[in-house]
Design a protein around this ligand. Structure first.
Ligand code: FES
Ligand code: FE2
Length: 320
C-alpha cells in the first residue's frame, strides 16, 4: 500500500454506536464512535493479553477490553487498568497503535502513515456533495490495485460490457489521453468502430480531447465516471489484504429531487451499476498475479496508457 495517504475504509452507515472489527490495509482494526459521534480507530489487539478489543463495550466514549476491562482512549492509550485500581497511574507503554480518522460525504477515511505528515482532510470530488446517492459494497478476491486498474481500462469495454455500456463494437482505441495533475488522473475515452483501414490515433493526435467522455481517479483509492453533468458513478477501492479488496460503488445523481421518486431512481441506478460491476468482477478476479506492479510479466499496449500511468505513479508514491 502507498504510505502517507488517506484511505477510504468504510461507508458511514457501517459504523453505528457499537464497536466494529474490520480488516483493512492488512490490519485488524477496532472502530467505534465516541460520545460526540467522532470515529475512533485503533489496532484490534489488546496490549495486555491479545484479545480482540472490538468485542468489548464503549464506556463514556472509550473502549473497554472484554477480558480484563482495560480502558482505551481514541489515541490508543490505556487510561485505566481496573485490577491496579483507579489511583494507580497507567504506564506509558500500555498502548496500541491509533489511526487518525476523517468522516465526510458518507465515508470514513483513515490516515495510513506518519501522523506528523497527515493533512487536515482527504481529497474528495467535492462537487458530489450536491448529489444524492445509493451505495453497494462488493468483495473482490484481488488486491485493490487490480480493482482500480479495471476502472482505468478503456480497452475492455466492448468485450466485458458487450451487452451494456460497451455496446456498439467500438474495439479500436484512440489514445487514450491521460492527464495527471498531482495525485489526480483524468483520462479521455475515444473508442471507435474498426473499419479495417484505420490505425488508432496516438494520444497527442487527438484534438479537442476535453470534449470527450472522461473519468477520474485520485490516489490512493477513489474514482468517478462523468456519465453526465447530473449523473456520476463513484467507486472507492478499499484494500483488505494482499489478495482481497472491497469495491464501494455509488450511483450519484442530481436530476430528481422529489423524495420517493429520488429513492426509486437511485435504486434503479444502483442496480444497473451492480450489473456492470459484476461483468467486471467475473473477469478481474481471474487475473494473476492478484496484485499489479510496474515490473511484471504483462505486455501492455497503447490503449493501456491509464494503467501504465497509474502503475508508474503508484510506484513513485510508494518510494517516498
Ligand atoms: S486482554 Fe485486554 S485487558 Fe486483558
Ligand atoms: Fe468495466
Amino acid at each position: 500500500m502507498i504510505y502517507n495517504q488517506w484511505y477510504v475504509i468504510l461507508d458511514s452507515n457501517e459504523l453505528s454506536r457499537k464497536p466494529l472489527r474490520v480488516k483493512r490495509l492488512n490490519e485488524n482494526l477496532a472502530l467505534w464512535r465516541d460520545e460526540h459521534g467522532t470515529v475512533c480507530c485503533i489496532d484490534d489487539r489488546c496490549c495486555h493479553r491479545g484479545v480482540s478489543l472490538s468485542c468489548g463495550q464503549i464506556i463514556n466514549g472509550k473502549l473497554e477490553c472484554p477480558f480484563h476491562g482495560f480502558i482505551y482512549d481514541k489515541t490508543g492509550k490505556v487510561t485505566l487498568i481496573p485490577a491496579n485500581g483507579k489511583n494507580k497511574t497507567v504506564p506509558e507503554t500500555m498502548k496500541v497503535k491509533a489511526y487518525k480518522t476523517y468522516e465526510g460525504y458518507g465515508l470514513i477515511w483513515i490516515w495510513w502513515g506518519d501522523d506528523a505528515k497527515a493533512t487536515d482532510e482527504p481529497f474528495f470530488f467535492k462537487e458530489l456533495g450536491d448529489f444524492s446517492y445509493s451505495t453497494f459494497i462488493d468483495p473482490w478476491s484481488v488486491h485493490y490495485s487490480r480493482a482500480i486498474e479495471n476502472q482505468l481500462d478503456v480497452v475492455h469495454l466492448p468485450f466485458v460490457h458487450r451487452t451494456t455500456i460497451g455496446r456498439g463494437d467500438k474495439t479500436l482505441v484512440n489514445g487514450p489521453v491521460v492527464i495527471r495533475d498531482k495525485e489526480l488522473i483524468t483520462f479521455y475515452v475515444n473508442n471507435v468502430k474498426d473499419d479495417g483501414k484505420t490505425t488508432p490515433l496516438k494520444p497527442d493526435e487527438i484534438a479537442d480531447y476535453e470534449k470527450l467522455f472522461h473519468l477520474q481517479f485520485h490516489y490512493p483509492n477513489i474514482w468517478q465516471n462523468f456519465i453526465s453533468d447530473k449523473i456520476r458513478a463513484f467507486a472507492a477501492f478499499v484494500p483488505v489484504d494482499d489478495e482481497n479488496s472491497l469495491v464501494y460503488i455509488r450511483y450519484y445523481q442530481r436530476m430528481i429531487k422529489i423524495p420517493l421518486l429520488r429513492e426509486l431512481f437511485n435504486y434503479i441506478g444502483k442496480v444497473s451499476s451492480i450489473v456492470i460491476l459484476r461483468q467486471d468482477k467475473r473477469v478481474v478476479i481471474t487475473q494473476l498475479p492478484k496484485k499489479s506492479a510496474v515490473k511484471m510479466d504483462e505486455r501492455l499496449i497503447m490503449g493501456d496508457k491509464p494503467i501504465i500511468e497509474y502503475r508508474k505513479h503508484r510506484q513513485e508514491l510508494m518510494g517516498q
